[in-house]
Design a binder for this molecule. Structure first.
Ligand code: SF4
Length: 367
């Protein structure tokens, strides 16, 4: 693993103007071990795709955190949704990534093979349209994701209530990023020196929710997704560590306002309330999920459909949980690239287009 030609990456970066200059800045810094965790699946992919890990100095470790929405969704939630999909008269609507995630007994694809009607949708509003077009069916949308997607799901629930679409339901497995980062910092033995904070989530929540982390001495830089953004953000983090002045900085200023997006937050908070949530790898974290408020309970699949997924368990030999908490990397898994590949994934980190195992397999692995 990691035997890709490092020099060619460096040469490529150095020939490419701003990225090369930022990379040189990284290499000119004094050597000391630093671990920076990215908590956005898009950053994970960009770091792998552009060879940023290989091109960075050896003393700088870039580790992935719980930033992939599909990956952090617990098997309990996945199994519960699959059980719902098997109920008579139900149309299960989900984003495509979820279809290939193996549940404990079967995945959504397997449920479809057993006769469940499973539809891939590209937005929550597509799922709402499905409900309107199929008034005799109950459409259940699998609400997965972070603060980025929750406002649009909230808008669909509000629209369903307003338009009387009583056959539209959401199974909410949404997660909130800041409580997970705080929980990570409390994990014994986990050494994270700084966070490369997510651009999309921060476009909604702004910079303030990360301040408690900075106050604990952990630099937080909200980064964009281009190579130059990420290299600039890494330098900003290292500047903070050098000066000892830890704070929240926004590198992705073209996409993130310090106060976030108040309209989206208002929509999200009007439909959802914080709740304890189970994360793959992190366990249950207080107030880290979103439940549908009482006012919209008629659209809450968890209240309306009674299913039993108490049998849920993690796939045998899969260490996605340890990968999502930065304790392991994909090549540490004995199934990686052997019995677990994108064509035959065992765990969600290999399925998702934002999963760390998929990123390593696609861009950092050579047989
Ligand atoms: S390689 Fe596959 S089995 Fe191993 S941690 Fe990744 S997803 Fe799980």
């Amino acid at each position: 693993m990691n035997n890709l030609p490092v020099l060619s990456y460096l040469d490529e970066f150095r020939a490419s103007g701003p990225a090369g200059r930022l990379l040189d800045r990284l290499h000119r810094r004094p050597e000391r071990p630093v671990r920076i965790m990215e908590v956005c699946g898009t950053h994970t992919m960009a770091i792998s795709r552009h060879g940023i890990r290989q091109a960075s100095p050896a003393w700088l470790r870039l580790i992935s955190g719980p930033g992939c929405p599909v990956c952090v969704t617990s098997n309990y939630d996945i199994d519960s949704f699959i059980e719902m999909s098997l109920l008579p008269g139900v149309i299960a609507a989900s984003f495509g990534d979820m279809l290939k995630v193996p549940g404990t007994r079967m995945g959504l694809g397997g449920a479809r093979a057993r006769g469940a009607r499973v539809e891939i949708v590209y937005s929550t509003l597509d799922a709402l349209r499905l409900a309107r077009e199929n008034p005799d069916c109950k459409v259940i949308f699998f609400g997965v994701g972070f603060e980025t997607t929750a406002p649009t799901v909230a808008a669909a629930i509000a629209a369903a209530r307003q338009s009387g679409a009583s056959n539209f339901f959401v199974y909410s497995a949404h997660k909130l990023v800041p409580p997970a980062l705080s929980a990570l910092c409390r994990m014994p033995g986990l050494a994270v020196d700084a966070f490369l904070c997510p651009g999309h989530v921060s476009a909604i929540i702004g910079a303030d929710p990360y301040r408690p982390l900075a106050e604990r001495g952990i630099p937080c830089v909200i980064s964009g997704f281009e190579t130059v953004d990420i290299l600039q953000s890494l330098n900003m983090i290292l500047d903070q560590l050098d000066s000892g002045d830890c704070r929240v900085e926004v590198e992705y200023a073209r996409g993130v306002r310090p106060g976030g997006n108040p309209a989206a937050l208002e929509m999200m908070n009007s439909v959802f309330a914080p709740c304890d949530a189970g994360w793959r790898g992190l366990g249950t974290i207080p107030a880290s999920g979103l439940t549908i408020r009482e006012e919209f309970a008629a659209h809450d699949a968890a209240r309306v459909f009674a299913v039993d997924a108490s049998y849920s368990r993690e796939p045998a030999g899969c260490i996605c949980g340890a990968i999502l908490t930065g304790q392991k990397i994909p090549p540490d898994c004995r199934r990686f690239a052997r019995t677990c590949t994108p064509d035959h994934p065992v765990g969600p980190c290999m399925v998702s287009s934002e999963g760390t195992c998929a990123a390593y397999y696609q861009y950092e692995f050579q047989d």
